[in-house]
Design a protein around this ligand. Sequence first.
Ligand code: NDP
Length: 301
Amino acid sequence: MSANAATASPRRPVTVIGLGPMGQAMVRVFLAQGHEVTVWNRTPSRAEPLVEQGAVLATSVTDALRANELVVLSLTDYDAMYAILEPAADALAGRIVVNLSSDTPEKAREGARWIAGHGATMLTGGVASPPYGIGDTENMNTFYSGPSAAFERHRDTLGVLTRTDYLGEEPGLAALMYQLGMGMFWTSMLSMLQSVALANASGLKAADVLDHATSTFGSLGTFTSFYAERIDAGNHEGDVDRLAMGVASAEHVLHTMADAGVDTTLPATVVEVFRRGMDAGHAADSFSSLLEVLKADRTAA
Ligand code: NDP
């Protein structure tokens, strides 16, 4: 045995259940890093290219679970987990199930209880990377939460997918951090499409506004830092921006979209929230005072 082989940490075998774009990317990276990988998918044909690369296709969920202690789930949601694992629940005992499927923090907590009820341990994961970022352990990260001993046991293996960001024992935490990020992501990307719709209606292509879009999104870090500090200090002072200015600006956006004949759902919603802030008496405060509007539980009314 070479000195390197003697000191290298062992490559633990892993089962991956769920072979959408994300699960497939994970299997490829595990294989490339020298892990033995057992796979299972509802639609078995999706496993074919992975089997050609060295993965073993289990013939049943039970076999997939029995193959390895570490079981990674990459599914559309937690309902898919129950659909797959319930009929094979007897094979769960002793497994460490790392659920990298998106869902709510409450679904993650319920899932962790259900898995524990079958003698296994669940770690929740929230993958903050597109499939093509899997394997980029410098720039991409995944949030994890759940029992720390289970996380520590498989930290190195999970760490070949992306950087690992362990948040604590509470199973909902990773899902919370993930959904919080996705809320920003989807709203931001929809805003990008909205602006491209306007650009297109005005004879411009997405490429024509790409630099502007990139620098606008790039500047947001400065704003988020500035406002986060003030928000935590309870400071909504209107010394830098006033909501009365903000609502006028948001209306200019809405009117520009309407004049161009593109859909106005998104900009109209922005204006509506700003107007609610005005109605609540925040005209002279910063736009950050809209946080108070957003925190109010409207379903309770
Ligand atoms: P997909 O929805 O494309 O595929 C997920 C897998 O879930 C497939 O293997 C599918 O099986 C399986 N599945 C769904 N419903 C059921 C069911 N009822 N019973 C059995 N199997 C089911 O997701 P992705 O691969 O794109 O993503 C996986 C997870 O990662 C998701 O939770 C997603 O939100 C998250 N994620 C995805 C990113 C992305 O860019 N793709 C980025 C970050 C996170 P089948 O092949 O048979 O349809």
